[in-house]
Design a protein around this ligand. Structure first.
Ligand code: ATP
Length: 217
């Protein structure tokens, strides 16, 4: 069933995924081997059940193969996380997303068939460091090792000028793909657009150029 999700492991990570999906109107089945965790989650998901995802019969009995996407949010028990992914793929679940504690864990999850492996602690650590290095960067997406899209608070000295005057492409090798002005967003802004105080530019470019721009006073 498309748009139907199952989240296995209802700790902080799994529950926050489950809650967000449910709040966005998706059907979410919560699964945890721990009764208390499954009970607690009841208010935040469509339905939650107690089951051990390392047990193939348990997975079958909850009809897991009917879910298009299953998130394995078990972390500390690496063996259980790997076995769960393996079983889910064997049972024919289309998309399995799994949380990894470290690089090796992630590699094994991929080998047993995980379609997407996430590293929440590592990624959050990188985001925090990034924020410390470039406090003006509100958000970023890494496109590759060297290129990113960033939301950058406009330096004060650049305000009240048009994009043409700022000429970020020539000066910083960056392209402005959008401007956020309070709650409004201007996609592909015209070169005549004047940048206001407090505006946020969404820029794309090479990381070293982005860092230079984001650290302007
Ligand atoms: P988080 O870091 O997300 O808060 P946690 O620290 O509670 O998680 P984890 O080991 O990552 O610990 O476990 C997440 C959840 O996964 C727990 O609620 C745990 O009961 C559940 N869990 C562990 N093994 C299984 C399993 N085999 N089947 C189903 N749920 C499991």
């Amino acid at each position: 069933m498309a748009d139907q999700f199952a989240v296995i492991g209802l700790g902080r990570f799994g529950l926050s995924i489950a809650k967000k999906l449910y709040e966005s109107g998706r059907d979410v089945l919560g699964v945890d081997v721990n009764e208390e965790r499954a009970d607690e989650a009841q208010n935040y998901v469509t339905h939650s059940v107690i089951a051990d995802s390392t047990d193939p019969e348990a997975l079958k009995s909850i009809g897991i193969r009917n879910f298009d996407t299953v998130i394995v949010a078990i972390g500390n028990d690496i063996q259980a996380s790997i076995l769960s992914v393996l079983l889910l793929k064997e049972l024919g679940v289309n998309k399995v997303i799994a949380k990894a504690l470290n690089k090796l864990h992630g590699e094994v999850l991929k080998k047993v068939g995980a379609d997407w492996v996430v590293f929440p602690e590592r990624d959050m650590g990188i985001r925090v460091a990034h924020q410390l290095i470039s406090p003006k960067v509100l958000n970023f997406i890494e496109l590759s090792k060297d290129y990113s899209v960033e939301e950058v608070k406009i330096p004060e000295k650049m305000t009240d000028k048009t994009l043409r005057e700022l000429d970020l492409r020539a000066k910083y090798n960056l392209s402005v793909i959008a401007i956020r002005h309070h709650d409004d967003i201007f996609i592909s802004p015209s070169p005549d657009k004047i940048i206001d105080h407090g505006d946020v530019l969404v820029v794309i470019g090479e990381n070293r150029d982005l860092e230079r721009f984001a650290n302007l006073e």
